[in-house]
Design a protein around this ligand. Structure first.
Ligand SMILES: CC(C)(COP(=O)(O)OP(=O)(O)OC[C@H]1O[C@@H](n2cnc3c(N)ncnc32)[C@H](O)[C@@H]1OP(=O)(O)O)[C@@H](O)C(=O)NCCC(=O)NCCS
Length: 325
């Protein structure tokens, strides 16, 4: 018996923000953004949309793809760093709006690695038989915590959501291994300082722009590459496979230079690496979930293919998930 992903879905907000648009906001250029990051445009949600709204749309598409009814979901995990509010959990908000009853529901915060942490968590519950059908949603509205005056970060981020439905089924397909890791020593390199119990919101915290995402990009970049490389290898070791076995690698989309360096270190041809950073930018936890759904719908994954998801994010957290489709 294997825990399989039986359906995927994603949703991108309608509004497209191009690099040219950003040139009007900060001192940057389309040329700099494309050459340094690979990003051409990103989606931005409306003032009325929150993380749950995006997540619900992605979830409905995943449920339709899986041909699973809402009533059958008994586990809901929502990966996000931009919840609708501190509490209740965005998972509870989505549960009610989707009409899920009698389910365990919770949010999971592992930043950009959130979808992989959530898949692994769902796999444990399904493998043990505690729950039968899991819905994993990764949804982010990073535009709401973006400092639109900071050119170091505002060009990198976007909004979106992805979802997957999982079930234990007969056969050898499904999640073969997950590798999860973290090192909290790097917490200061990528965070949002204000609004929590350490620095609660005050007029001063707003004035000092502490409610926005802060990143020391270059240092983050240099740690991301080796840790993502290690994650891919550890994932494969966990199920006795090799790089050559991978039909498609789906990495977190933070910077095309990170993705290319990863491919080079792994000696995997770039044609076997899924890339959508040009259109979506970095949507934190949602990134890998959206990419998985796009790859699935584009027919880039065939039944029986070995695929590997890999991500790296704030914490720092990192990890991978090897799947036989
Ligand atoms: C942010 C990032 C794109 C910056 O690229 P970089 O090659 O590291 O560039 P640096 O930070 O060294 O900056 C180089 C110069 O470009 C400038 N710059 C930064 N953002 C700019 C922008 N949007 N437009 C124009 N110039 C910019 C910097 O100010 C710096 O100028 P200086 O040399 O005069 O000081 C890159 O570091 C990155 O992608 N970081 C990590 C992302 C990541 O791993 N995320 C994973 C977790 S989500």
């Amino acid at each position: 018996m294997g825990v399989r992903i039986i359906g995927t879905g994603s949703y991108l907000p309608e509004k497209v923000l191009t690099n040219k648009d950003l040139e009007k906001l900060v001192d940057t250029s389309d040329e700099w953004i494309v050459s340094r990051t690979g990003i051409k445009e990103r989606r931005i949600c409306s003032d009325k949309e929150a993380a749950s709204d995006l997540g619900i749309k992605a979830a409905r598409r995943a449920l339709a793809d899986a041909n699973v009814r809402v009533e059958d979901i008994d586990l809901l995990i929502v990966a996000t760093i931009t919840p609708d509010m501190f509490f209740p959990a965005t998972a509870c908000i989505i549960q009610t709006k989707l009409g899920i009853k009698n389910a365990a529901v919770f949010d999971l915060n592992a930043a950009c690695t959130g979808f992989i942490y959530s898949l692994s968590t769902a796999q444990q519950f399904l493998q043990t038989g505690t729950y039968k059908t899991a819905l994993v949603i990764a949804t982010e509205t990073l535009s709401k915590i973006t400092d639109w005056e900071d050119r170091n970060t505002c060009v990198l981020l976007g909004d979106g959501a992805g979802a997957a439905v999982l079930r234990k089924q007969k056969g050898d397909s499904g999640i073969l291994s997950c590798y999860l890791d973290a090192n909290g020593q790097y917490g200061d390199l990528l965070n949002m300082p204000g609004g929590g119990s350490r620095i609660p919101a005050t007029v001063a915290t707003v004035k000092n722009r502490l409610h926005y995402l802060k990143m020391r990009g270059n240092e983050t970049f240099r740690i991301a590459i080796p840790e993502m490389t290690k994650s891919v290898k550890r994932g494969l070791e966990g199920c006795g496979l090799n790089i050559e076995d991978i039909a498609l690698l789906i990495p977190h989309q933070a910077n095309i230079r990170i993705i290319k360096a990863l491919a080079k270190r792994l000696s995997i041809p770039i044609e076997k690496v899924f890339v959508n950073i040009d259109k979506c930018a970095n949507t934190s936890a949602a990134t890998v979930a959206i990419a998985l759904d796009e790859a699935n719908r584009q027919g880039r994954i065939k039944e029986g293919d070995i695929i590997e998801l890999v991500a790296f994010g704030a914490g720092f957290t990192w990890g991978s998930c090897v799947i036989k489709w």
